[in-house]
Design a protein around this ligand. Structure first.
Ligand SMILES: [Zn+2]
Length: 314
């Protein structure tokens, strides 16, 4: 067994999208889902005028200048994705949201014109278009982390300013990935992949999937990958994300979550057979999340130590 397999396990670094609840209670929309939401909104909302924005949960608003009301009367000119952020360009002003765990966007062709009562239910923000259509930003659960920003330039959002390379961009080459991994040193590959300041848009779910495709242990030290392994990992990242984006293309916002879940090979599938080799998918639990992997495909057939489990057994 490789020496690093015997070392105490460090949980993946905690980032802004990791909060309190077990992963299975909700999933943070990652690159493919946000990409699909952006495409969906581009289709539905570009060319339409913002009529009004209702705020039911004031805590989601992270900026005050320019005010939310300054978007009223502006035309939506484009919709972009930055990492896991969704950016609605309203004629040069940007309405940006990070959905976080439990957050979602619900589109409606006919929104209720009655202003929502603050603090009731999952509704956080409702954006009305002049046509009567629009969307709700909702957040389930008690950890309120959904965030909305109104800015003149997307890079005014700190989480966007520090984003690393987009894995679907041309800049994300094998050489770039090698550089990223070398810089990460002995850090575990799983944590490196989901660090937004290193690679933008990959979270807990797609990092599990990518590592399964690449047949790498989530705890493999980043800088000790061979050139062949880096090439395999690069291809796994690009292909996994591309396929997920393609699966989501043309889907309505409400169907994206189910599509994400059903497309997973190992993530969220503890106890189920690996679709490649039939071994049982296992998990490692952390305080606020868990990861899934296949021992045969990824760790030479040996289960990874689960610190929480071994503590429980003492
Ligand atoms: Zn397997």
């Amino acid at each position: 067994m490789a020496a690093w397999l015997l070392q105490p396990i460090q949980p993946p670094p905690l980032r802004h999208d990791q909060h309190g609840q077990p992963w299975h209670d909700g999933d943070v929309p990652e690159l493919p889902e946000v990409e699909a939401l952006a495409a969906f909104l581009r289709e539905q909302a570009v060319g339409r005028v913002v009529a009004r924005i209702d705020v039911a949960a004031i805590s989601v608003l992270k900026t005050y200048d320019p005010p939310l009301t300054s978007l009223q009367g502006l035309t939506i000119t484009d919709v972009y994705r930055h990492g896991k952020f969704l950016d609605i360009d309203c004629d040069g002003l940007h309405f940006i949201t990070h959905l976080a765990r439990g957050g979602w966007l619900r589109w409606s062709e006919s929104l209720s014109p009655t202003p929502p009562r603050p603090g009731r239910g999952p509704l956080a923000v409702r954006l009305h278009l002049a046509t009567g259509a629009g969307f709700d930003l909702t957040e389930a659960g008690t950890k309120k982390r959904l965030a909305v920003y109104v800015v003149r330039d997307p890079t005014e959002v700190p989480g966007i300013a520090r984003l690393g390379v987009d894995p679907l961009s041309e800049e994300f080459t094998q050489k770039r990935l090698r550089g990223i991994l070398d810089e990460a040193g002995r850090a575990q590959i799983k944590g490196v992949l989901r660090d937004q300041s290193v690679v933008a848009g990959i979270g807990n779910a797609y990092s599990d999937e990518v590592l399964h495709v690449a047949r790498l242990s989530p705890f493999h030290p980043a800088s000790s990958l061979t050139d062949h392994e880096v090439a395999t990992l690069h291809a796994a990242i690009v292909e996994t994300l591309r396929e997920a984006v393609e699966r989501s293309e043309g889907l309505a916002a409400q169907d994206l979550k189910d599509t994400k879940r059903s497309g997973m090979r190992v993530h969220g599938r503890t106890g189920e057979p690996c679709p490649v080799c039939g071994d049982t998918v296992r998990e490692v639990s952390f305080a606020d999340s868990s990861l899934q992997y296949c021992p045969t495909c990824q760790t030479g057939g040996k289960p990874l130590a689960d610190r929480r489990l071994s503590r429980l057994l003492k």
